[in-house]
Ligand binder design. Structure first.
Ligand code: 5GP
Ligand code: ZN
Length: 136
């Protein structure tokens, strides 16, 4: 299947992994809203909230909660945005279910849209990745 997130999970494509267990995987967003922006995904391919097996849903949220704390502590955030886009009408671009976790700082001026995303260097992404892992 030609799914970019499945290819990251399988290791075929480079991903800055911060977390993995039997069912879930989390990695840095390549074009973050803010440094430390991560995506949490089920390892089994599903598209969005509508087809994710219910058996995953509760655990999905608890992984998101745990990683929200890690991202917040690692990035010394003042707040965290947690959100999911479901369907192209809602702005979903990658059709493999994912929940965004974005650390926020007071007056950082960031917007949650796809515009004005950041481009970070490999060294910075690696350093953020290690910082988050240290806080898990
Ligand atoms: P959405 O589907 O929620 O609108 O957005 C998809 C998200 O995945 C975007 O924030 C985008 O930056 C991120 N993204 C798209 N392609 C890749 C990729 O190949 N690697 C990583 N790490 N993130 C990606
Ligand atoms: Zn997939």
């Amino acid at each position: 299947m030609d799914c970019v997130f499945c290819r990251i999970v399988s290791g075929e494509l480079r991903g800055y992994k911060v977390y993995e267990d039997e069912q879930f995987f989390a990695f840095l967003d390549i074009n973050p809203i803010r440094p430390g922006h991560i995506l949490v995904i089920p390892k089994t391919h599903c598209v969005n909230i509508f087809d994710t097996p219910e058996v995953f849903s509760e655990r999905y949220y608890s992984v998101v909660q745990k990683l929200s704390r890690s991202v917040s502590n690692a990035m010394l955030a003042d707040g965290i945005n947690v959100f999911q886009l479901n369907g192209s009408a809602a702005g979903q671009i990658v059709l493999h279910s994912h929940i965004h976790i974005v650390p926020r700082h007071k007056d950082d001026g960031a917007s949650l849209s796809h515009d004005n995303r950041m481009k970070l260097e490999d060294a910075e992404l690696k350093s953020i990745c290690s910082r988050i892992i240290e806080h898990i």
